[in-house]
Write a protein that binds this ligand. Structure first.
Ligand SMILES: Nc1ncnc2c1ncn2[C@@H]1O[C@H](COP(=O)(O)OP(=O)(O)OP(=O)(O)O)[C@@H](O)[C@H]1O
Length: 241
């Protein structure tokens, strides 16, 4: 792939005394939505942390927007939304975003823009501590959008959201990609896979497949992506035995 925003080569990570990412290589296309999918515990968050540069790695190479992962020029080019929101509970949504905008040196005008983008307009003056789980998740996503980052790394951004909100967030992701933002989005919900341009399917610390949703359906002969994923697992297990 010529136009890659992220290039991961032979990534290995040890956590809790064992290798949880066991030699993973892939590229993330610029200006597209790439889904990182796989069951709970397969290593998705660890791969995302390695790309953002907050994970000690045991081996391999991770290049992001032409720089080694974690290097200073990347700080303001990447927006990262973790699974555990870290937005301050005793501030209002607007105050919290103003604070993060100042820290990130993002324009003050971004604050209202990102609040609207994640559909939190009605809660703009509510205390973060009083938000519902789904609203808190969206406040966290809003922080990642500040400063219009070139790369958005989103760890399960739609967990706990109802179908209408999930749909509107996926529309937001698609519109960001349409304006050139690169998105890497993890999920363990296979129905979200269909909304991605490309898929990275992980299992047990390894990449099972890298393909488009259509390519995956075709190569497994399965219209349903969940079934396609299960078929790949069975093929892999048959090949091992
Ligand atoms: N802080 C930690 N210390 C030790 N082991 C960890 C730590 N965090 C994660 N692990 C282990 O690393 C493995 C990969 O975890 P990771 O969080 O990357 O998976 P995941 O695919 O993102 O899971 P989920 O979908 O549940 O978030 C798991 O087996 C997990 O138990």
């Amino acid at each position: 792939m010529t136009n890659s925003a992220v290039s991961v080569d032979g990534l290995r990570v040890r956590r809790g005394g064992r290798e949880v990412v066991r030699g993973v290589s892939f590229e993330v296309a610029a200006g597209a939505v790439t889904g990182l999918l796989g069951p709970s515990g397969c290593g998705k968050t660890t791969v995302l942390r390695s790309i953002v540069g907050v994970q000690v790695v045991a081996g391999g190479r991770v290049q992001v927007l032409g720089h080694p992962a974690g290097s200073p020029p990347l700080r303001r080019k990447i927006g990262y939304a973790t699974q555990n929101p870290a937005v301050y509970a005793d501030l209002t949504v607007t105050e919290a975003l103003r604070y993060f905008a100042a820290v990130l040196r993002a324009p003050a005008s971004d604050v209202d823009k990102v609040i609207d983008a994640v559909g939190l307009g009605p809660e703009a003056h509510s205390l973060v501590g009083n938000l519902s789980g789904g609203q808190h998740t969206r406040a966290n996503l809003a922080v990642a959008l500040l400063g219009t980052p070139e790369l958005l790394v989103l760890d399960e951004p739609t967990v706990g959201l109802d179908p209408v909100l999930r749909d509107s967030l996926w529309e937001l992701f698609r519109s960001l990609a349409a304006t050139g933002t690169t998105l890497l989005v993890s999920s363990h919900v296979m129905d979200e896979a269909a909304r991605c341009d490309r898929l990275l399917l992980m299992r047990d610390g390894l990449l099972l497949a890298v393909d488009t949703p259509a390519g995956l359906r075709e190569r497994t002969g399965s219209a349903d992506l969940e079934q396609a994923f299960l078929r790949l697992i069975r093929e892999q297990e048959a090949a091992r035995s």
